[in-house]
Design a protein around this ligand. Structure first.
Ligand code: HEC
Length: 302
């Protein structure tokens, strides 16, 4: 998404300052491969191998991969193909499905496709994941040998247009299971974090965000923030961002659809990745408390 990219460039260099906080995610080898469906047929039956692969998967790593799968922290082999790293928005799940998983009916209603940004899908991945089993979601991501999708129109990566790439040709099965687990269990329904109002239609519609944190408790959010976000000089108590004139409050209020994801799953390219609170599952209530606290423009000014 365009806004996400602005966000990244703004605070990319925070990583240099806070590098002491990072640590490697250690969760062992990926699980077994599972089985893949037959071309053109929905494969509904979950095999024992599928279930074992799902059980072994890491949904938090899957969340990171939903945003940027081609970095080493997701287990993607390095160096990543430059076709992907030079054209990331044609490959990132988030650029076609939204950081809020709501596609063109969510915050991404405001996006406009360009030569470097694809058309956003109209599918709601929250409801898709809730209404399909692990095998169906797996086959939807791993097309190879599985469900046929739109015709392949670009060499082995099948993207650089707005069609969904064939991730069976790009990712390991273990990475795909991580993403399935993310979609099934770890993804956040942003309705819990703020009210979204849209006007107009995609592309170039308008998204408005209000009621941050919903019934979260601001005082608890402040305590959590001071204990976890201000260490090692990363942010100060009013939400400064190292080497940037932007603030935590300003970004959270203008890009709430991306901020929660970066808090919970990590922010590739900065120190905000693999922090202790990203290696365990942050409850939705903690995000609500943080949103409630940080939405306060006096405590967290722009
Ligand atoms: C370049 C754009 C693009 C990217 C990148 C992309 N998708 Fe999609 N995706 C689509 C489009 C378009 C559709 C719906 C149309 C279709 O069936 O092809 C879709 C459909 C889906 C569906 C629903 C399948 C169904 O049968 O309805 C799932 C699940 C999904 N995508 C997950 C993902 C995940 C996970 C990633 C990242 C690993 C991803 N997508 C990356 C464009 C993309």
């Amino acid at each position: 998404m365009q806004a996400k990219k602005r966000f990244i460039t703004r605070i990319m260099f925070a990583g240099i300052i806070c590098v002491g906080l990072t640590q490697c995610a250690k969760d062992g080898a990926e699980g077994p491969a599972g089985t893949n469906g037959t071309n053109g047929v929905d494969a509904n039956a979950i095999s024992a191998a599928d279930q074992a692969a799902y059980n072994a998967a890491n949904g938090l790593k899957g969340g990171l991969a939903y945003n940027e799968f081609y970095i080493s922290e997701t287990d993607f082999p390095q160096p990543a193909d430059t076709m992907i790293t030079n054209n990331p928005d044609f490959f990132r799940c988030a650029s076609c499905h939204g950081m809020d998983l709501l596609g063109s009916n969510g915050a991404a209603i405001a996006d406009v496709p360009t030569a470097s940004a694809p058309t956003v899908s109209s599918i709601n991945l929250n409801t898709y994941a809730a209404s399909h089993n692990i095998k169906q979601v797996y086959d939807a991501v791993k097309h190879t040998g599985g469900r046929l999708r739109k015709p392949i129109s670009y060499n082995s990566f099948t993207s650089l247009n707005s069609n969904m790439p064939d991730y069976g040709l790009i990712m390991s099965d273990g990475m795909i299971w991580n993403i399935v687990k993310y979609l099934k269990e770890k993804a956040v329904n942003t309705d819990k974090l703020y009210d979204l109002t849209t006007s107009g239609t995609y592309p170039g519609g308008t998204a408005t965000f209000t009621n941050f944190g919903k019934d979260g408790i601001a005082a608890k959010g402040i305590i959590y923030y001071n204990a976890n976000c201000t260490t090692a000089g990363c942010h100060n108590s009013t939400g400064s961002i190292p080497s940037s004139t932007e603030t935590v409050g300003g970004i959270l209020r203008s890009e709430p659809y991306a901020a929660y994801h970066l808090i919970k799953f990590g922010f590739p390219g900065t120190a905000m990745i693999n922090l202790p609170f990203q290696l365990t599952t942050m409850p939705d209530t903690t995000l609500q408390n943080l949103y409630k606290a940080i939405s306060d423009t006096t405590a967290f000014p722009n």
